[in-house]
Write a protein that binds this ligand. Structure first.
Ligand SMILES: [Zn+2]
Ligand SMILES: [Zn+2]
Length: 101
């Protein structure tokens, strides 16, 4: 079992982006239902991940693609709320395994 790999679950035909969930997918679009567009709005709160997409062709998965994950899913343990309004806090802690340096 290879844990920790992000897989594309939802593929956008419009802009070709990859998403880990339908919610994340929904976040990158804005506008009324009749005219939804892929805009990656400011408040989308999407986090970029590098993962694998198998939706296009299961026999030839794409590795190392950027997959967007919704922030709420990404920060399960972080209970920070924006202070005052603008939140510029960024997660700079690198939790990736295998950083031999
Ligand atoms: Zn899109
Ligand atoms: Zn995909």
């Amino acid at each position: 079992m290879s844990a920790g790999i992000t897989y594309c679950r939802c593929h956008c035909a419009g802009c070709g982006s990859h998403f880990t969930s339908l919610e994340a997918y929904d976040r990158h679009r804005s506008g009324p239902m009749s005219d939804r567009r892929c805009t990656f709005p400011d408040g989308a709160k999407l986090v970029e991940r590098i993962g694998t997409c198998r939706l296009d062709d299961p026999t030839r998965p794409l590795h190392g693609v950027t997959i967007y994950e919704h922030e709420s899913a990404a920060r399960a343990r972080e209970a920070f709320r924006g202070i005052g309004g603008r939140e510029t806090a960024r997660t700079e802690r690198i939790s990736a395994s295998g950083g031999g340096r």
